[in-house]
Design a protein around this ligand. Structure first.
Ligand code: NDP
Ligand code: 2IT
Length: 449
């Protein structure tokens, strides 16, 4: 039906397959997005002449640098630092920094690629980028984390700026790390600008940024449920991960009458049929920086299973993958379908594999794709940027209210495009096309750059 557009997308994906074959996560993200754009691209034959897709899949630039630092024993250690500035057609590059041993160009490119569409969907003027390091924060002391962050920023500062590129947190980068990074930026440049978001409240951070991704995820999922005249009251929820996104998704969903019965970390998951007590998880993860299995020290009749992926075998009404990419494969999707799950909304970036996404949608499970469902974090980062530029701070309720409105709008926008180009419940296509159309329009107007 869309022969020319399909052919064009195939050519671009083949090109990526040849040129970036060692970047499987990036190819996965690009394949999912570009394939769903076909009906939209079919309406814009001019894109091919202007090589719009070829330009769109190529980041503006990719920066890699050495990060030497000194551990507590006085040994010099070396990691790799990355920043991929993907696309700034609609605003300064914006996106998190991830510190995790698995970080490489494939992971950072996939995250940057997703970020371009996500940031466009927020309706705010932010382009897309992502960065990080293969540094592993686990088991490191505060002084080691500080030494690493200072060295990382000593190189990164050359490439960022409040109107240029504004990083924030992601896996392994929270308030502590952003503080050390900001301190070093300020020390080197002498300038006090909103160059990072997720900052501490005492030095320019926004209230509700810490909660924003998790809260936003629940606001979005609530719109999905409401479209079917349903809600969270009385629902059983499984949330993977126990980091920033997972914890605040739990907090919000519990406040709306649901019970969270399982959570995880990269070692395994806990199950508590009476509902997981969030204050204990916060104590373990935010204060002690411990393992999720420590929950059993506080609640001995809960269960711990030594596998994170098996969390999807726990029967639930709602599944919220909030840990990492590809954590919900096809076999897990089949478990969710078998057990009568009705909704999956992605708090993490690309947590569901492509075949699992198709299986869930084909089975009629409501599916909220990451770039729409978890956009509340970066949207609130953009609100932090606005507050910094205006030298003002909004109250928690003001920011939370704006976040709620933004998530409702993202849902409306994605479902409107889903209806127009695919079908009502295809929020994957809806979110991709809604996000892409604005970036494509800007790129066409900006000329061949
Ligand atoms: P955190 O570092 O706070 O938490 C990450 C959680 O995921 C931890 O529980 C961690 O367990 C677990 N995890 C990490 N890697 C794996 C793995 N390979 N297998 C299983 N579990 C794993 O990160 P965030 O909560 O900030 O981020 C979680 C996800 O949400 C990521 O995909 C991120 O990109 C995405 N996201 C984050 C936003 C934000 O504002 N922070 C915004 C939008 C999306 P362990 O401690 O054992 O490593
Ligand atoms: O994936 C994401 O959207 C984030 N990690 C948040 C990015 C940001 O700039 O707040």
């Amino acid at each position: 039906m869309y022969t020319d557009a399909s052919q064009y997308v195939e050519e671009v994906l083949n090109y990526l397959g040849r040129k970036s074959s060692e970047q499987p996560e990036f190819i996965q993200a690009a394949t999912e997005a570009l394939t769903s754009l076909i009906p939209y691209i079919a309406q814009h034959p001019e894109f091919k002449k202007y090589a719009l897709l070829e330009r769109y899949v190529e980041p503006d630039r990719m920066i890699m640098f050495r990060v030497p630092w000194i551990d507590d024993k006085g040994m010099v250690r070396v990691n790799r630092g990355y920043r991929v500035q993907f696309n700034n057609s609609i605003g300064p590059y914006k996106g998190g920094l991830r510190f995790h041993p698995s970080v490489n160009f494939s992971i950072i490119k996939f995250l940057g690629f997703e970020q371009v569409l996500k940031n466009s969907l927020t309706g705010l003027p932010i382009g897309g980028g992502k960065g990080g390091s293969n540094f592993d924060p686990k088991g490191k002391s505060d002084t080691e984390i500080m030494s690493f962050c200072q060295s990382f920023m000593t190189e990164l500062y050359k490439y960022v700026g409040d109107d240029v590129d504004v990083p924030a947190g992601d896996i392994g980068v929270g308030g502590r790390e952003i503080g050390y990074l900001y301190g070093q930026y300020k020390r080197i440049t002498g300038s006090y600008t909103g160059v990072l978001t997720g900052k501490g409240i005492a030095y320019g951070g926004s209230l509700a940024r810490r909660e924003a991704t998790g809260y936003g995820l629940i606001y979005f999922a609530n719109e999905m449920l409401a479209s079917k005249k349903n809600g969270f009251e009385g629902k059983k929820v499984v949330i993977s991960g126990s980091g920033n996104v997972a914890i605040y998704a739990h907090e919000k969903v519990a406040s709306m009458g649901a019970t969270v019965i399982a959570m995880s970390d990269s070692s395994g998951y806990i199950y508590d049929k009476n509902g997981i007590k969030l204050d204990i998880v916060k104590q373990i993860k935010e204060v002690e920086r411990g393992r999720i299995s420590d929950y059993l020290k506080y609640v001995p009749d809960a269960t711990y299973v030594d596998s994170c992926v098996r969390i999807w075998e726990v029967p639930c009404d709602i599944a919220l993958p909030c840990a990492t990419q590809n954590e919900l494969p096809l076999a897990s999707a089949k478990e969710l379908i078998k057990n009568g799950c009705m909704l999956v909304a992605e708090g993490a970036n690309m947590p569901t594999t492509l075949d699992a996404t198709h299986a869930l949608m084909d089975a009629g499970i409501l599916f909220g794709p990451a770039k729409a469902a978890n956009a509340g974090g970066v949207a609130t980062s953009a609100l932090e940027m606005s507050q910094n530029s205006q030298r003002i701070s909004w109250t928690f309720d003001e920011v939370d209210h704006k976040l709620h409105e933004i998530m409702k709008n993202i849902y409306l926008h994605a479902s409107e495009y889903a209806c127009k180009y695919s079908h009502e419940d295809d929020l994957v296509s809806g979110a991709n096309i809604a996000g892409f159309s604005k970036v494509a329009e800007a790129m066409m107007q900006l000329g061949v750059v």
